[in-house]
Design a protein. Structure first.
Lengths: 495, 837
């Protein structure tokens, strides 16, 4: 291959170089160059698998944008991206989407042992278990008459867009492992999160931004800690980990120039680093240097794209008002708008955590308070996406790591994993339906339509065109999947 | 094509080119080359990946009662039809099924998504025709001392048998070793690999002037003796041991266990034999009268994540801690994924669910609770500082002297005592039995009644108080304390709520034998003894394989945490066994093995790759050259600090807090956390001393792939991401280092020096080499532009030059300094500055 003219003259247009690099890296790292057909290297690879392309480092060398390992997709995708409004702490299904009149009748009475015997219990261990009736009234909304609690007046207005799932179950009853399970399908730390699986499998269309972004806001409950392992890439390469945006300081860690460094000076540094890498590569012939060049390019672009992303001045007032925000200030409302802006820019997986749903006491006021912080913006996001024609290929998920007990913990509720609710909307989801149910007291999800976390994962992957059984990665001798060895697609909720 | 030498090559073509028609030539060619198809090398990987899940170890998922891992089942002539008939593939059902085109019949079944390639099917058939010989899995057999490798044309270059084994493989593959790397690169590599710090320009010059083998050996010995050797080697061990400064779950509260980290560093520095190190880690508390060091070492068993989240069920968490220890112990020493047997028998290796819980039972004597409160993680002990220890020794001596004095009369008191004894004979307390009251007792009575001795008694109290106060002020560390073992049950499907499973006693995996401990329950020390037994097939191999990774970028078997069926057949099995036996027989001497490796010609080769080698072996598994790879996260930091002269190279101590972006801990809670960067010398400590917050690891370390250490991890990935670029560009640590490096250059080279001289200095400090003319031209131009910018905007220069706490030693023109700082930023951002060549 001849060097392109761009490298011969003194000028060094960075954008051109990438293309050249892509070719160079490809040339270096795929054995069979066309002129020789199957190269001699190929012979060494079969009987000595050690010489095969290293599966531990997919994407390395990675001068090219990552296009995902699933090519072509396993099925026609219904959605291209996911925005997950993650209600951390465990929102009460009984004060949101699972209406239980019988529980109101039983208010204050002992919880029948038939429900609770042999079940795992968190903070109510060893205490007398009494029913706590729903703390907020429910009304029917939309053409389909979806039952939604009064503390979600805005979500009520999109009742016909959303599919409520009332029959979620999970396996972990404490926040930290339950988050880990919800995000990675395992309680053992070190497994990749769903966003990492998706960016590994599908790549990302974002040119100047990471493919997996995490936004976090708080207020209203006990503000559960959210560990970075929730967006970690586990045993997948580090490039697939989620990038958290900060609400204070630089939106992305280290994206801001050092004090006293003008944009021009920063650019001078970056371009010089690039040129030095280029010179270095000619001497040392190290493909990692080419990768470095493309990563510095991306980093440099992020220094412009991230501030531009979080600058809402281009958003008209009616949009800001719809979400209920004025600027990217770290509130849930701002993060929802940021999520839409990220989605527009091709980001594959966006998680907006809200940390305020852990209502062990005062669930009436607590849930109302936290609902107020998220309700308007959640609905606004769905509407906004719809108005932009993006809802049809965006899967929006609203839900947390578990629900809350029908039994009171004082005037609050404890963690509950045997039945809870979430909703989904958008790409490939049938709006205006409720799927599954819990028993009359809201304790157990009824088995016929029970949706396990693995089922939820399988369904989400399915919507993005992935067969969850075929997105795997060899680690410690085993082909791991997001859905472990289970996962049933919940076909009834698909449009 | 005409070059293709062996049958194996033909088989390779079949896969790559799909030229199934040429399969017939396979058998012939295989005979010609004398290379038979080996079960372990060629067949087991195919069966393991595609067949064992249903025809292997796990009885619960086994189909058709057929095991392809066992010849007794696979070759059973009673089966109808027989699965495998040795020598007769056409009569073997296995062959019929893998070649079938009927979706109902074909193996593996379509729903498994496993598909055998054409070549794999032909290999299986050929292997059966060659006699279907099974072999036990290589890693389950103890290492054997291999025959000497055959001679090669390069034997005169060989330094030790490592080269012999590597050269032999190269000869077989039609490749040849590369020449040694240029001296400057080579010496830098050695420094980075052995101590993780770059050589000084003077050290580079010295070796470049005299790059003789003797000078190399001298450098090797000096670095092995450096106190930084232990720091460098500790990094990988701390990943394995899942060492961190916080508890990991939920609120991720801090816990003090850094003395364990310092123990690891000092053990490697002392070259403590690995067998002793192992026993101390697993069972330090079980030594008779364990020393402080052994107790600290036993903290290994307590480095798992723990919780204090409200509403956690103690039994559930005890089960989590138990399984963590099985995963950790089996990964660290056995390179085995026994963790997979928590819910069911292992699918690929002969570990049963019982084995999992029997291993867990070794640790059920560890004193602990499932759910902790208020940040305590007892049991812990105080580890006095060096001064504290000195003072304790003094106090001990003083106390001994006083107690001796109080225990029996010294010559000067003897006379007065005898007088008193005579006077008091027959009075109270000395009745008829006075002959039996011994002299010591009487002396105690005498001193007890004498005010003269009050001062001594008071002194004893003061000593006790001071000792307590030293203990209180001393850092604490978690230790293992052995208590009455909790019962360990097999948990069906790993479900901690299900108590129906049988109780198990501590035992090693059944297929590897049993421990003979008589009537005694086997202890962690027994486990350690078995791990270190001369015929244990794993321990030495696992360790030397990981060392190899440190010095070549990849293990001889690439999968560092799994030497089982699903692991990788080593590229150089004989070399791996030879090294393992050298390690064992040297008395588990780590420095001896490291010295062997880094003295070898193989190690010293250039990492430059010819096109042919690059095409043939892009991942450098055959070692026709050295590898080049990015440094570990901690060392990335160390390079900047070392080049700039800011590095404070003190060893050990509490973990430190480098600069970190504000608000990074904002989503931590219980309690809320704020972060205050260390002031003074602790700001400039090596990366491995960074406060390891599991849930929010320092973002620069995280960007460069340091693991959170939630779990034992044997293999760090090496990614190359934009976040790394952002960290190197904008993290104040690197900007400050650039400023200090610039100040150093400007000061050291003196005001009369030209920019070329200064640039040379900057390169030598950061990259251990001089710039090329091209680089020089580029950077001098950069310098002009940057200087112009800062001259025009002195306020920017001021702001830029005040990043970081370090006092400045440069008083000259600040635009000049700022421009050089900018230039140094460029250098510290180079891949070459954070990689090893």
């Amino acid at each position: 291959m001849k060097p392109s003219p761009a490298t011969k003259n003194g000028g060094y247009p960075i954008m051109h170089v990438t293309d050249r690099l892509r070719l160079e890296v490809t040339r270096r790292h795929f054995f069979g160059r066309s002129s020789r057909g199957i190269g001699t290297a190929a012979l060494a690879t079969l009987l000595n698998p050690a010489l095969r392309a290293d599966p531990g480092d997919p994407g390395e060398p990675g001068a090219e944008a990552w296009r995902g390992v699933i090519d072509p997709l396993h099925r026609r995708p219904a959605a291209k991206r996911i925005i997950w409004l993650y209600m951390a702490g465990g929102p009460s299904h009984l004060e949101s989407f699972d209406h239980k009149p019988k529980l109101a009748e039983m208010h204050g009475q002992p919880m029948p042992e038939s429900f609770t015997e042999g079940q795992p219990i968190a903070q109510l261990q060893g205490q007398q278990l009494r029913c706590l009736g729903p703390q907020h009234p429910f009304q029917r909304h939309g053409a389909a008459g979806q039952e939604i609690a009064s503390i979600f007046p805005h979500i009520a207005t999109i009742a016909d867009r959303i599919c409520i799932v009332r029959s979620m179950v999970t396996e972990q009853i404490n926040h930290d492992p339950a988050h880990t399970f919800m995000n990675t399908g395992s309680t053992i730390p070190g497994r990749p999160s769903m966003g990492s699986w998706l960016t590994y499998g599908l790549g990302s269309d974002a040119e100047n931004l990471p493919g997996f972004v995490v936004l976090t806001s708080s207020g209203g409950g006990q503000d559960q800690p959210i560990a970075a392992r929730q967006w970690h890439s586990g045993f997948l390469p580090g490039r697939f980990q989620g990038v958290p945006f900060q609400s204070a300081g630089d939106p992305v860690l280290y994206v801001g120039r050092p004090p006293g460094v003008s944009p021009a000076e920063q650019e001078r540094v970056v371009r010089t680093v690039q040129k030095l890498h280029k010179i270095g590569h000619e001497v040392l012939d190290d493909p990692e240097m080419l990768t470095r060049i493309s990563q510095y390019e991306m980093a440099f672009r992020m220094q412009t794209s991230v501030p531009e992303l979080v600058d809402f001045s281009s958003e008209p007032d009616h949009v800001l008002n719809m979400y209920g925000t004025q600027g990217a200030d770290g509130t849930f409302a701002a993060n929802c708008l940021l999520a839409r802006r990220l989605a527009e820019r091709g980001v594959r997986f966006i998680q907006c955590y809200h940390r305020g749903w852990d209502h062990h006491g005062g669930v009436r006021n607590g849930s109302a308070y936290t609902a107020k912080l998220v309700d308007q913006a959640s609905a606004a996001l769905v509407r906004d996406l719809e108005q932009r024609g993006m809802l049809e290929d965006t899967l929006v998920v609203w839900g947390g790591e578990f629900g809350r007990t029908p039994m009171g913990q004082g005037d609050g509720r404890d963690h509950h994993i045997k039945g809870f609710s979430l909703w989904m909307a958008g790409g490939g989801i049938r709006g205006g339906i409720t799927y599954g149910s819990t028993d009359e007291l809201g304790y157990h999800a009824l088995p016929e339509q029970r949706v396990h976390v693995h089922d939820f994962h399988a369904t989400a992957l399915h919507l993005l065109g992935i067969d969850h059984e075929r997105l795997d990665f060899r680690f410690q001798g085993r082909d791991f999947r997001l859905t472990d060895v289970s996962g049933q697609i919940v076909s009834a909720i698909l449009s | 094509m005409s070059k293709l030498p062996t049958a194996l090559a033909v088989a390779a073509l079949l896969t790559a080119g799909g030229m199934v028609a040429r399969a017939a030539s396979l058998a012939v060619a295989a005979d010609e080359s004398g290379e038979r198809i080996g079960f372990n090398r060629h067949i087991r990987p195919i069966l393991s990946a595609n067949c064992f899940a249903c025809h292997g170890f796990d009885a619960n998922t086994r189909k058709a009662d057929l095991r392809l891992d066992l010849p007794s089942s696979a070759l059973d002539p009673q089966r109808d039809p027989p699965a495998i008939v040795p020598g007769r593939s056409s009569e073997s059902e296995l062959v019929r099924r893998i070649f079938s085109s009927d979706p109902e019949e074909i193996m593996p079944p379509p729903e498994t998504h496993h598909v055998l390639s054409g070549a794999q099917r032909h290999l299986l058939r050929e292997w059966i025709d060659q006699g279907a010989e099974f072999e036990p899995h290589w890693a389950f057999l103890p290492p054997k001392r291999p025959a000497d490798p055959p001679p090669t044309p390069w034997d005169d270059r060989a330094v030790n048998p490592i080269d012999g084994f590597v050269f032999a493989r190269l000869a077989r593959e039609g490749l040849e070793p590369s020449p040694p790397a240029a001296p400057a690169i080579r010496i830098r590599r050695l420094f980075l690999d052995l101590i993780g710090l770059p050589p000084s320009p003077a050290q580079v010059d010295a070796f470049t002037r005299n790059p003789s083998p003797a000078a190399w050996d001298e450098a090797v010995d000096a670095l092995l003796a450096s106190p930084h050797f232990g720091e460098r080697l500790a990094i990988a061990w701390l990943d394995l041991a899942r060492y961190a400064d916080t508890v990991g779950y939920h609120g991720d509260q801090p816990v003090s266990v850094f003395p364990y980290r310092d123990y690891v560093i000092s053990s490697f520095n002392q070259n403590k034999p690995f067998d002793r190190f192992t026993r101390e880690n697993l069972a330090g508390d079980l030594f008779p009268n364990p020393t402080l060091e052994q107790q600290i070492a036993s903290g290994f068993n307590r480095l798992n994540m723990t919780t204090e989240e409200g509403g956690s069920q103690p039994k559930e968490y005890l089960a989590k801690y138990a399984s963590d220890r099985v995963r950790t112990t089996s990964t660290v020493w056995l390179g085995a994924t026994v963790g997979c047997a928590e819910c069911h028998d292992h699918k690929f290796d002969p570990y049963t669910s019982r084995d999992f819980y029997a291993l867990a039972a070794f640790f059920s004597d560890i004193e602990e609770i499932g759910v902790y409160s208020n940040r305590g993680r007892p049991p812990e002990i105080a580890v006095p500082t060096r001064n504290g220890r000195a003072r304790l020794t003094e106090l001990q001596a003083e106390e001994t002297a006083i107690r001796k004095l109080l225990a029996e009369p010294s010559p000067e008191w003897a006379e007065r005592f005898e007088e008193w004894r005579a006077q008091t004979r027959g009075t109270a307390g000395q009745g008829a039995d006075s002959r039996e009251v011994d002299r010591g007792e009487l002396w105690r009575r005498y001193t007890g009644g004498s005010t003269h001795f009050d001062a001594y008694r008071q002194r004893l109290e003061a000593i006790a108080a001071e000792r307590n106060s030293i203990a209180e002020q001393s850092p604490k560390t978690l230790v293992t304390v052995s208590v009455n073992p909790r019962p360990m049950r097999i948990l069906p499907r790993g479900n901690w709520l299900d108590e129906s499973g049988p109780e198990v006693a501590p035992a090693i995996p059944g297929f590897l034998g049993t421990l003979d401990t008589g009537d005694q329950r086997a202890t962690r020390m027994d486990l350690a003894d078995w791990i270190l037994a001369p015929d244990n097939p794993f321990t030495a191999r696992v360790f030397v394989n990981r060392l190899w990774k440190q010095y070549f970028g990849t293990g001889l078997s690439r999968v560092l945490d799994d030497l089982g069926s699903q692991g990788e057949w080593p590229t150089h099995p004989n070399l791996l066994d030879w090294l393992a036996l050298e390690f064992q027989e040297s008395g588990w001497d780590i420095k001896y093995v490291v010295r062997l490796i880094v003295r070898s010609q193989t190690y010293q080769q250039t990492s430059q790759s010819s096109e042919a080698v690059q095409e043939r072996d892009p991942y450098n598994r055959l070692l026709a050259r050295q590898s080049r790879f990015r440094l570990d996260a901690e060392l990335v930091r160390d390079q900047a600090l070392a080049a700039s002269g800011l590095l404070v190279s003190e060893i050990g101590g509490r973990s430190v807090f480098p600069y970190q972006p504000d608000g990074y801990y904002q989503h931590l809670n219980f309690p809320k956390r704020s972060y205050t960067a260390d002031a003074g010398s602790n700001q400039y400590r090596r990366g491995l001393y960074t406060h390891w917050q599991r849930t929010f690891l320092h973002p620069m370390l995280k960007a460069f792939d340091a693991p959170s250490r939630d779990e034992c991890s044997a293999n760090r990935p090496r990614s190359n991401t934009p976040l790394q670029a952002l960290a190197l560009l904008n993290d104040p640590t690197f900007v400050e280092a650039s400023r200090a490096l610039a100040a150093q250059i400007l000061t050291q080279t003196g005001p009369g020096s030209g920019p070329r001289e200064r640039l040379d200095r900057a390169f030598r400090l950061s990259l251990s080499r001089s710039p090329s003319p091209q680089e020089e031209a580029l950077l001098l131009e950069f310098l002009r532009e940057s200087r112009a910018e800062f001259t025009l905007h002195p306020e920017r220069a001021r702001e830029f030059l005040s990043i970081g706490q370090a006092a400045t030693s440069f008083q000259g023109d600040s635009a000049e300094w700022a421009a050089w700082t900018s230039l140094c930023r460029c250098l510290l951002n180079l891949h070459e500055a954070v990689a090893r060549y």
